[in-house]
Design a protein around this ligand. Structure first.
Ligand code: NAD
Length: 246
């Protein structure tokens, strides 16, 4: 289904981004893996796994918070693969504190990576995506819709992504480009691994399905939104949270 499609996934060295990259690889897409240089070994493993299954992948380092690095990355993707069809804005970070204790640095770094990163990558990739009537999928969070104790910075970034998604969907619909947001609940990744056990238990209690989601479950949704079957879906916010938002 994704033969001849090139997909770029930001922050794909681990967790949800890794699962998305592997899932696109299984569907025979050409995969552009992005992360910070600190994730080099993990990215090389993912590239190897995709290639082992007969797929194609390359690694492109860039800090999504830095527009110059992102512009260079998009140029390199274009040079390497000749085009770009699908962008998955997945890179995101948390720096949790109550507002009373949060420093300006903790606020700004989360906004820079998790929100401005989406702006930078979408802006740099958009001309290529428009050429191919492509798709942008943004990984937000249920925290962007409902807020969370100790996450004013993260909630603001993730809510910002929702407004960004709907506005860009309106701007680029005339080119046949779709832009959608995915809102995961609690998913088993390195990001949630270190939560205190009582917080994990509380999260499971609040989730009607009584468990954390798997990164692969988020990946299937993202791959669906990138497929031709989803051509009429745009500006949507899709929860994948075991019912936590009900
Ligand atoms: P993770 O921390 O396991 O992985 C995030 C990846 O992004 C890492 O490989 C990291 O190196 C990379 N990254 C961080 N800063 C970057 C930067 N400036 N430039 C490029 N790459 C960078 O996180 P995850 O749990 O896999 O989350 C992935 C996305 O899903 C994030 O946007 C997160 O906010 C969102 N999300 C996660 C959950 C969850 O429960 N895990 C829930 C809702 C939303």
């Amino acid at each position: 289904m994704f033969e001849n499609k090139v997909v770029l996934i930001t922050g794909s060295g681990q967790g949800i981004g890794r699962a998305i990259a592997l899932c696109f690889g299984q569907k025979k897409a050409t995969v552009a893996l992005n992360d910070l240089p600190s994730q080099k070994e993990k990215l090389e493993e993912i590239k190897k796994e995709i290639e082992k299954n007969g797929g194609k992948a390359e690694i492109f380092f860039a800090n999504v918070a830095k527009l110059e690095e992102v512009e260079k990355m998009i140029q390199e993707v274009q040079k390497t693969f000749g085009k770009l069809d699908i962008l998955v804005n997945n890179a995101g970070i948390c720096r949790d504190k109550t507002l009373a204790k949060m420093t300006t640095e903790e606020w700004q770094s989360v906004i820079d990576v998790s929100l401005t990163g989406v702006f930078n990558c979408s802006k740099a990739a958009l001309p290529l995506i428009i050429q191919n009537r492509g798709k942008i999928i943004n990984i937000s969070s249920i925290v962007g819709a409902r807020g969370n104790f100790g996450q004013t910075n993260y909630a603001a970034a993730k809510a910002g992504i929702l407004g960004f998604t709907k506005s860009l969907a309106k701007e680029v619909g005339r080119f046949g480009v779709t832009v959608n947001a995915v809102l995961p609940g609690f998913i088993e990744t390195p990001l949630t691994e270190n939560l205190p056990e009582n917080v994990k238990a509380m999260a499971k209690n609040l989730t009607p399905l009584g468990r954390f989601g798997k990164p692969e479950e988020v990946a299937f949704l993202v791959v669906f939104l990138a497929s031709p079957e989803a051509d009429f879906i745009t500006g949507a916010e899709i929860n994948i949270d075991g019912g936590l938002m009900i």
